[in-house]
Design a protein around this ligand. Sequence first.
Ligand SMILES: [Zn+2]
Ligand SMILES: [Zn+2]
Length: 764
Amino acid sequence: MERRHLDISGLVQGVGFRPFLYNLAAHEGITGWVRNNFGGVELEIQGEKSKISSFLKNLPLQAPAAAVIDSVAVVDIPAVSESKFVILTSESGQISGSPLPDQGICETCMEEIRNQTDRRSRYFLNSCIVCGPRFTIMEDLPFDRSRTSMVKFPLCSKCQAEYSSPGDRRFHAQTMACPECGPSLWFADSEGEMVPGDPFFHAGKILNNGGIIGIKGIGGYHLACLASSEQAVARLRILKGRDNRAFAVMFRDMETLKAECEVSDDEAKVLTSAARPILLLKQIRTGRIAHSVNPDLKELGAFLPYTGIHLGLFTMDDNDSGISALVMTSGNRSGEPLTIDDSLAFQELTFMVDGFLGHNRPILWRCDDSVMRFGQGKLLGIRRSRGYAPAPVKVGRSLVPLLACGAQQKNVFALTKGEQVFLSPHQGDLDQLETFISYQETILRFQRLLQCKPEWAIHDLHPDYNSTMFARNSSLKTIGVQHHLAHVNTVIAACQIEGPVIGVAFDGSGYGTDGKIWGGEFFSGEGACWKRNAFFSYYPMPGGEGAVREPWRMAASYLQPTGSERFLNRLAEKKLADQWTALRKAIQLGINTPYTSSVGRLFDGVAALIGGPLQVGYEGEAAVWLENIADNTAAGIYRYHIDHGEDGFRVDPGDIVTQVLEDMDFCEKSVISMKFHRTMAALIGEMVEKIYAQTGYKQVVLSGGVFQNRLLLDLAVEILHNEGFEVFLPEQIPLNDGGIALGQAWLGNLMIERGITDVFSSSR
Ligand SMILES: [Zn+2]
Ligand SMILES: [Zn+2]
């Protein structure tokens, strides 16, 4: 008889790991015990030597699908006298385990809801050992019902029996419940007054009449309306104060989704995965989805129901007006944090909705839907939140305890613990006061949940970012990391790249070490030792941030040196000539005119020049327009000239924009767009070659929000591959500012270790 003590670390809590071990032990005839602890799961097993080795062999092979085992430490201990295997209650205390992300409802639970003879028939908050909310209902670790918002719902005797029965699929399922003991659904009118009767009947009636309802789901409230109704979608856009950004659509099932979008096998797998993100897919445009959902775009953000509540909306069996697709957008006014609290929802969303569908289980963490897309054979992140956060990113080496504060837009912050970086759920844009307040609260709560005690705060160099101010006002030691180097280092950390790289950062804007606005940079280096090898020549941003909202100003700025008559005439047609005269004066006097190397601004300018939006509702709108109109079959390219100055290589974007202007007499805008994309990709290829000639580095990192442009990314990767470079892109972690905290943590840690504050000086 032998006995072993096992310590298993990783994502092993809340995935049915202890019941799995119980059943495995029973199968092998092994005795002992198991419990959740601060590191994950710990157990002692006792039995014949052959049975113990069989147990240890099968443990990793048969573990639950959602579990991620990092390590198993096995120690010999003396055998004791015992006769069975038991599950013990959890140890509390210092935590190093990880909270599990929310898991979309599983097929078996959906079946139970549909099955009229099951005792959970039409129990829309159904969950089991492998599915249901996790992170968003978690008060504390380890993951036990008593530390979640399910504590309000003690198990009834039937559920208790399932919970304690080793063969049951709800054996030790912390979020399980039934109609008798679990949380229940309600329907309220737009004022928040409860309305008796079947909640789905009321919700369905409003939706089918073209109304809008607020729906409380897993990570917060959604606003929903029929995706087929132009009128409903238009009304939602106005009420929410939403710009031209596309809405996402939730489809009833995969069949309905496939009727509207092209779906590859890989994409189908992600759509039905436990994370159930919104996936950007090529749309077929059947006419069933209102045009105003994603005006003129080729892609649609699509996703599938991930809780029984969604299922109920699509399958109202007593009501044959079945809904097949709903616009689902976060329940907030544009820019404000997602609403999770019922009474706040009744106050703040009341003027946008015709009713509310909800439940009485509190949501403890705000968690927006994740947005992803496939590119270059990878699942590329646009927003990493519900279903993914807060699963840690492993970076392969231990980091000092720190807080990486993120940027200003699309904020995500990060906390470190050993080799793990915990990226927060999506926080939003910190220039909104409500969002900034929520950001600060969330940092404190996240620290408590993960028991992280940061000693350092890593922040952006931009002095006016709220995240920077938060770091500087905190009691932590601080280090600033340049925005685009952070972008490059995000990819290095996520892909665990070893050795030096050439880093390309094409971005909207970020504060440079020379006080200019960077965003078209080429770096080389490794560790905490970097060089800026090349950049786009600086051009004025007339009126500062105003140039982001009005891309025509950038077009004018790039054309200013050549003083193009033709563009001035176009401005006059659009009644902008007077404004330009004033802005031009301001540029000459140096008033409110920062200078920028941003490629995001260059895409804006070219778009505005050839017929795209002159004013935009959100950053990136003009660039999305430009990519969307490109004729992929068109050939041709613009000339560009790479200068070699004292501070590195330089390319003049004005030169390219001038050719675009001349080309407008000869080419369709779809052709010009394609030529411009080809030019930018070729330029990346040539610049990387030049830096390779200086450094010998063969690894290339593409980073920054501009690379969300699928066309540019594909063209650039193809060229770099043909030149023999290895190109790195991270899975799930956004290339935009939503991923920047990972790079801040990685590079900040290296700077702390080396005791330096300037990564550029040490390389010279
Ligand atoms: Zn389930
Ligand atoms: Zn029950």
